[in-house]
Design a protein around this ligand. Structure first.
Ligand code: PMP
Length: 398
């Protein structure tokens, strides 16, 4: 057989179990409660408003032209306007519109990671992020997460033991994917100090920060950094409007703007213009704030429904996190349950989740799983958790 002349970097492409579950679930014919993907609820998508905006915006021929690489001026202005009064406000020279958060992460690792560089990731982490670092041939250093986010003291110890400092630190500080944990303010400050001490770049990936439904606000890493060039912030409309839009943004030091434009031009020239216009129309029409208010209260109710159902079915046999926002809950069994094996059984029982090992490059979480409470109604959540209980019980009998 002819051997294809693959680049060595191609063998470091690990793929995403999370994303693959989309196709896997699409192929299922029976009723499944979907706790797997991190998607907003179908009823939380402002589809009617978007359809009305589309009727105007997408009827204009200029919506089908190439756009400026840094983003359509209308979307840039609308976004700058929406964020203007927040601690997360970018300036025009820091802003780049991207094809979702994933492209922001890709740009960050592309600009900062050489083969063999040490990159810190949380453990568990959002594997698409760690996979992107691996695609640039990074060496990963996994740092445990607890209820206050990344354990920054442990990070210091692990870096001392590694004998070299990280080139990049990849953090999901707020309502982390997958644990739902948020990093405390003290840890955020300490992480920024360490970043400065080591001269690393801190990739601040925060898609869920606007979806707080409980507890007091914690300033973002971006806000605490006060314009420090070492912080590279990645944001997205995926969780607050809809992931299929594939529209997000990067807020990074102005000295990076031209490099980011050059890198993006070699990827996709510009972000999809019709969808940028759709998002611009949504922001210009003042729809984002009321939409966020409605989403927050729906997700609060759903998280509580999931916690109540977990208490009913799993009290004393598992424990779980208590997120104050975002989409995810992280469940750890107190006894041996192989959640990768459980996945198949649960699917047959009619419930889908993502096994814990999907969130650790070194597979540290065989007995944990991630549940998304955002996508299902409270009634479906109760049904799904009951099905999960039945699946665990039938595993025990096998
Ligand atoms: N970062 C985190 C932590 C996420 O949870 C996600 C989406 N699951 C992304 C980045 C990617 O966002 P997008 O869909 O906009 O590419």
């Amino acid at each position: 057989m002819t051997r294809l002349p693959l680049a060595t970097r191609a063998t470091d492409l690990v793929g995403s179990i999370i994303d693959s579950s989309t196709s896997l679930l699409a192929g299922q014919r029976h009723d499944i409660v979907r706790f797997a993907m991190g998607s907003p609820a179908p009823e939380a998508i402002p589809a009617d408003t978007l359809r009305d905006i589309a009727a105007t915006e997408l009827g204009r021929p200029d919506a089908y032209d190439y756009a400026a690489t840094e983003g359509d001026p209308r979307l840039r202005d609308a976004l700058l306007g929406v964020l203007a009064d927040t601690p997360d406000a970018p300036t025009p020279d820091r802003l780049l519109i991207t094809a979702g958060g994933m492209q922001g992460l890709d740009l960050a690792f592309k600009l900062f990671v050489d083969p063999g560089d040490l990159v810190v990731v949380e453990s568990p982490t959002y594997t698409n992020g760690s996979a992107t670092a691996l695609s640039y041939q990074a060496e990963l250093l996994e740092v445990p997460v607890d209820d206050e986010g990344m354990q920054v003291d442990t990070l210091e110890d692990l870096v001392a033991r590694a004998g070299r400092t990280p080139k990049a630190i990849y953090a999901i500080p707020t309502f982390q994917n997958p644990s739902g944990a948020s990093m405390s303010v003290e840890r955020r400050h300490r992480l920024l100090e360490l970043t400065r001490q080591w001269g690393s770049v801190l990739i601040d990936d925060d898609p869920y920060g606007l979806l707080r439904f409980e507890g007091a606000d914690v300033p973002s890493l971006h806000a605490l950094a006060g314009g420090d060039p070492l912080v590279f912030s990645v944001r997205t409309f995926s969780k607050i409007i809809g992931p299929g839009l594939r529209v997000g943004w990067v807020d990074a030091d102005p000295s990076l703007q031209q490099l980011l434009i050059n890198a993006k031009q070699a990827m996709d020239t510009c972000t999809n213009l019709p969808l940028q216009r759709l998002v611009a129309g949504f922001l210009e029409g003042g729809h984002l704030q009321p939409h966020l208010v409605a989403q927050r209260s729906a997700y609060r109710e759903r998280k509580r429904a999931m916690q109540d159902a977990l208490t009913e079915h799993f009290a004393g046999t598992a424990h779980w996190t208590d997120p104050h926002g975002g989409f995810f809950l992280w469940v750890t069994f107190d006894h041996d349950v192989d959640t990768e094996a459980l996945f198949e059984v649960a699917l047959a029982e009619g419930v889908a989740f993502i096994p814990g090992n999907a969130f650790s490059p070194s597979k540290r979480f065989p007995d944990a799983l991630r549940l998304c409470f955002a996508s299902s109604t409270p009634e479906r959540i109760r049904e799904g958790v009951a099905r999960l209980r039945r699946a665990v019980d039938s595993m025990g009998k096998r």
